[in-house]
Design a protein around this ligand. Structure first.
Ligand code: XMP
Length: 327
């Protein structure tokens, strides 16, 4: 039997009861696979790695070593939430790596989008390998692979994925407890494992993170504008009940300035672009009609609360012709 093929008889996990049965089954399987050996996991805080972490904590407790790499391109509050949920609430063995300067220094002056992606992906593996090497006696590597990753693996996925396997560290085996699940099932399992809703129902977030939304060469200042404006957008979407209705929503800060006016003086500052799209498969996307008062509140908050921004735009372009991200 091909372990990477979902059996036709496998029931779709749609209820807490089915999720519980799946969790119990996987706990037993993981225990049988790894015994009392140690397992390493790169925990980004995304849905898939968070579900794997919560599941493995239940199965093997402190023998799971989670590594959370902060590459400086995460959304506001994300590293803090990973620490709070996994270290404080679930008592996980969590290593937090502050690699912000390291990534941003490597990215300084690099404007070409694919080069930026490559640097982020490679640096991530390097940081992760370094942490793995510091730990003695880690035998297994856990991964948040899900079924669409297996079905879609190929050049497109490779281009879009950040991370991947550390190349020159030998592990006895891979632990991939959710590799036969679809995304909706992963969420049901995550909920049953007690993960917070904002982790379980999170919108998709690209591996290179805010790096592709701070277009051109990333600067710390502009990155801060992306992070702060994105936090305001998410807060207002949550308040307006739009978070579950819009597939992906975020802000972009292009590498370009516009003229504005403040206190009767001309300003030359950055502008923020709002993008909010719906899609089935990310191959094409439509634009959501966001109620005008919500947009108005977002604009007002961004121009008053985020210093260095004098203008906010709403990108109304569907895909095609515009991709979802700006680079
Ligand atoms: P585009 O911009 O190609 O995006 O319309 C389609 C979906 O893919 C996400 N995306 C990425 N995800 N690494 C990722 O893991 C990447 O480099 C990357 N670039 C785009 C994008 O957010 C959207 O959901």
């Amino acid at each position: 039997m091909d372990a990477n093929r979902r059996p036709d008889t496998m029931e779709r996990i749609t209820t807490p009861e089915l999720a519980k049965a799946f969790i119990d089954e996987q706990i037993a399987a993981v225990k049988a696979q790894v015994g009392d050996k140690k397992v390493l996991l790169a925990l980004s805080g995304g849905v898939d790695s968070s579900v794997v972490a919560a599941l493995l904590i239940k199965a093997i407790g402190k023998n799971l070593v989670c590594v959370h790499v902060n590459h400086g391109l995460l959304r506001k509050g994300e590293p803090e939430q990973v620490i709070e949920v996994f270290r404080n609430q679930m008592d996980a063995n969590l290593i937090y790596v502050d690699a912000v300067d390291r990534f941003l220094d490597k990215l300084a002056g690099v404007a070409e989008p694919e080069r930026k992606r490559k640097i982020i992906g490679e640096e991530f593996i390097r940081v992760f390998e370094e942490e793995a090497r510091k730990l003695s006696g880690v035998d297994f590597l856990a991964q948040g692979t899900i079924y669409p990753d297996i079905l879609e693996s190929g050049p497109v996925k490779a281009h879009h994925n950040v991370g991947g396997l550390p190349e020159d560290i030998h592990f006895e085996g891979l632990v991939e407890p959710i590799k036969l699940l679809f995304k909706d099932e992963v969420r049901v399992v995550g909920k049953e494992l007690g993960l917070p809703d904002n982790m379980v129902y999170r919108q998709p977030f690209p591996g290179p993170g805010l790096g592709v939304r701070c277009t051109g060469a990333i600067t710390r200042d502009r990155l801060e504008l992306v992070r702060e404006s994105d936090a305001i957008l998410r807060e207002e979407f949550d308040k307006a009940g739009l978070a579950g209705k819009v597939w992906q929503y975020f802000t972009i800060v292009p590498d370009c300035k516009s003229v504005g006016v403040k206190d009767n003086l001309r300003t030359v500052e950055n502008f923020v672009v709002i993008r909010a799209v719906n899609t089935r498969d990310a191959m094409s996307a439509t634009i959501e009609e966001i109620p005008y008062p919500v947009l108005n509140t977002i604009v007002k908050r961004i121009i008053t609360e985020v210093p260095g921004v004098n203008r906010v735009l709403y990108d109304l372009t569907p895909k095609p012709t515009g991709t979802i991200e700006w680079e």
